[in-house]
Design a protein around this ligand. Sequence first.
Ligand SMILES: NC(=O)c1ccc[n+]([C@@H]2O[C@H](COP(=O)([O-])OP(=O)(O)OC[C@H]3O[C@@H](n4cnc5c(N)ncnc54)[C@H](OP(=O)(O)O)[C@@H]3O)[C@@H](O)[C@H]2O)c1
Length: 244
Amino acid sequence: MKYLGKKAVVTGGTHGMGRATVEMLVENGVDVVLTGRTAERAEGLKAHAVASDATDLGDIARLRSEVAHRFQDIDLLFVNVGFSTLTPFDQASEADYDRTFDVNTKGAFFTAQHLAPLVKEGGSIVFTTSVATVLGSPGLSVYAGAKAAVRAFARGLAAELAPRNVRVNVVSPGFIDTPSMGVSGVPREVLEQFKEEGDRITPLKRHGTMDEVASAVLFLAFEATFTTGAELAVDGGLGQGVSA
Ligand SMILES: NC(=O)c1ccc[n+]([C@@H]2O[C@H](COP(=O)([O-])OP(=O)(O)OC[C@H]3O[C@@H](n4cnc5c(N)ncnc54)[C@H](OP(=O)(O)O)[C@@H]3O)[C@@H](O)[C@H]2O)c1
């Protein structure tokens, strides 16, 4: 119960690394509000689930009201919602592009804009980006651009929120063994190949675990008290210029 009494909001907390982070926060005594498009997926978690679509500004405003009502203020906002597809750039439609930026970029920006006022002095915001922002990979160009924008937002927000002593940082995962591997709409065998390729090109020769990402989020949130505008890679060296 290391962080007993702290309060957090985790978007995209029903599944994958967001869910693992919720579990780790709860185990450490943190009260959590989490989101996903469907609250039912949060079953089994000892946290309050709010159905909230990250692309819907009305939902984001309602989330803010619900969090303000329940918690008044928060210590951590983890802006984690995101997805990629594996679409070669010459096949990406306007709809693919818009959806990728709506969920990963616009959703992240407006979630932070609406909830940042609730983050208390000494608290922090953490965004999830991706190794794709620094590693050109086939099929991930639009996603890489969408997440690179989030990396840039984090620096701007860090500057604007520093006077309130609110830190803003980024966790940047490589290949992480979530059930979706962060990829939507591909058959199971393509996902398996994607994962195997990840293990091959990652210097540490494996994929990361969801708990390894969750630990990094808790570190940025509560321990890294002189760190803002920074990116913590959890990628086994993949995006760090380390040869495989
Ligand atoms: N897994 C990886 O290898 C990897 C690598 C690099 C970066 N990432 C990034 O890490 C983050 C989490 O990835 P993950 O693999 O843990 O994903 P995941 O298992 O697919 O979980 C995504 C979470 O976001 C929620 N979500 C998706 N779209 C939403 C929307 N429009 N509004 C609200 N909630 C939404 C999902 O819940 P619902 O479906 O119920 O809405 C779920 O809780 C993402 O930002 C991803 O891009 C993942």
